[in-house]
Ligand binder design. Sequence first.
Ligand code: ZN
Length: 401
Amino acid sequence: MHGLYSGGVSKSMTPKIIAEQAPLKGLHLVGTADILNEKWIRLIKEQLVEIDDGLLQYKNGTRFILQTEVEDNRRVHHILLIPSFSKVYELRERFKNKSSDLDKDGRPKLRLSAEEIAEISTEAECLIGPSHAFTPWTAIFKEYDSISDCYGDYSDKVYFLELGLSADTNMADKISELHRLTFLSNSDGHSPWPNKLGREFNTFMVKEINFEEIKRAIKREGGRKCMLNVGFNPLEGKYHKTRCIGCLTFFEPNDAKRLNWRCPICGKPIKKGVDFRINELADLPEGKHPEHRPPYVHIIPLSEIIALATKKANAWSISVQEKWKTFVSAFGSEINVLLNAKIDELEKIDAEIARYIQYFRDDKIKYIPGGAGVYGKLVPPNKELPKLKRFDSIQKKLGDY
Ligand code: ZN
């Protein structure tokens, strides 16, 4: 996620509020985000207690490991997981002459290649991997065709890849090069409210909750591993389908190619969808997974299900938030409400919402797919999908959704 000093992030994104919200979602561990930024380091240290070297805890038990995202000289984003504050200061020292916004933004831009960043962070005993790997603006696969093209001699030091909201395991495993990597489904939250914080998460098998154990889980050592990825149906992600960023018309990728990625309707760029980008790189059919790959469960934030059931336009509305609180306080966490609680128990609070939670569990909720930076939209099972604005040079159906 990102803290309040990063661009486009809610001012409520403070360590304290994140820590307070985390258990309501069912999260035990979060990343600090933005830990190379001086002001953010200060706030983290003010609001959390360092219970071990590089391991922070809030008074309700929510833990944080040191983590940031950086942008390289080709506008590719990388996640760093950092073992200790001394390594945070070491990275700051090595990056400070290579960045003009280290203390201005939470996600610094570095005048370094991905390979150089991987070299520096490996020397500092960090883990590095690509963020939201398939998105069309600032991700590895908008720039490169493989992990090794990007990280060069340090490719074998990359142990994880973040899938991003518009992709899941089934899609990413179509690329055989990625099979050795552990996939992370992280939320990249820019606000701490329950439809954003932990909207994607991972379950790890570890002995304790700390950096070393998470590192071993990512590297799949000593029985530690990622047990489960939980995230959006990729159709709900902002970059899933190929779409014009101006008029939001959907395009068949081959039409977009032929049009040189320029929209003939409004003249703005057409952004390549994650589904198409993955298919360009794919060398395996869907369904071929490495032995170690855990299941991937599609989830919809509870507040979005409530908004859909109560016909509210957005998940932030007060009435939706009130209902959310009622459910979460009755069942302990959002994860319990979504996945574990019995439907007849949920019905006692609100029968209509319980019915929609059942729809969600039965995978009956439909999606208008996302694309060009706009999230996908949920559609109730009993409603027809609306007609989508699509470029129709060839009269084909929009796809398999
Ligand atoms: Zn357009």
